[in-house]
Design a protein around this ligand. Structure first.
Ligand SMILES: NC(=O)c1ccc[n+]([C@@H]2O[C@H](COP(=O)([O-])OP(=O)(O)OC[C@H]3O[C@@H](n4cnc5c(N)ncnc54)[C@H](OP(=O)(O)O)[C@@H]3O)[C@@H](O)[C@H]2O)c1
Length: 211
């Protein structure tokens, strides 16, 4: 199947490689086309570069927005008319970095990034937050773990989105486990109890209580 991936930076390039290795066809887009072109050349025939962000969605079943949280809303507005019926996967942690290099959460403590994301998406888009629980290096090295696949947690409010994101997670070489609805996204982000956790299915299910 075909997935659009917007943002071919540190995390997006790892997600793209894992999905392509699992047989997914990719349509890549980035701010600077050069980074998308370089990545597509490295991946090979399974990846093509799109001229504009919205072009990447042409014929795609899903889109992964591997973007910094501060960029997300603008890109969603740009591609909104193409999102009806598509799965929108967001790995973004709601973090900002100041001029001194200090990292801080951009949202008030009680506000989940999933709920904010849901407010940005147009009606008809099917959203899930996934692929942002592990650092890019760990995501790469833990894929297709043997003898037992490692788990990638996701959250969604939409059962159909859940089925679709589970397929992508398996394609990337992980076992999917739902951690709850979008309101629970803070469990997945930096500082959350499920962040940076490489576990098998039994432990993951005990942590999520079979959400
Ligand atoms: N890095 C990690 O280990 C990691 C782990 C978990 C979650 N995350 C989350 O993943 C997200 C991305 O992180 P990252 O480290 O991959 O950041 P990054 O290396 O800065 O990559 C961001 C990408 O976004 C692209 N971009 C910026 N503006 C754009 C626009 N208007 N249209 C299309 N593409 C645009 C950039 O394009 P160019 O390449 O052309 O400049 C770049 O490829 C963040 O929200 C972060 O919280 C990251």
């Amino acid at each position: 199947m075909t997935t659009a991936l917007i943002g071919t930076g540190t995390l997006g390039s790892v997600i793209a490689r894992l999905l392509a290795a699992g047989g997914e066809t990719l349509q890549l887009s980035s701010a600077d086309h050069e980074s998308a072109r370089t990545l597509a050349a490295e991946i090979g025939p399974r990846a093509v570069v799109s001229g504009e962000n919205r072009d990447a969605l042409q014929g795609a079943d899903a889109v992964v927005l591997a973007l910094r949280f501060t960029i997300l809303q603008g890109v969603i507005d740009e591609i909104a008319e193409r999102l009806t019926g598509k799965l929108v996967v967001v790995p973004s942690n709601p973090l900002g970095i100041d001029a001194q290099g200090n990292v801080s959460r951009l949202l008030p403590k009680e506000q989940s990034s999933g709920a904010v994301l849901a407010g940005w998406l147009p009606a008809g888009a099917r959203s899930a937050m996934a692929f942002g629980t592990l650092s890019a290096d760990v995501l790469k090295s833990s894929s297709r773990r043997s003898p037992e696949l490692a788990v990638l947690f996701y959250v969604t409010d939409d059962d159909r989105a859940g089925e679709k994101v589970e397929r992508l997670i398996r394609t990337a070489g992980y076992e999917p486990v739902k951690a709850g609805g979008l309101q629970q996204s803070s469990r997945l982000e930096v500082g959350g109890d499920l962040h940076d956790l490489v576990v098998g299915t039994a432990e993951a299910r005990s942590l999520t209580g079979g959400a």
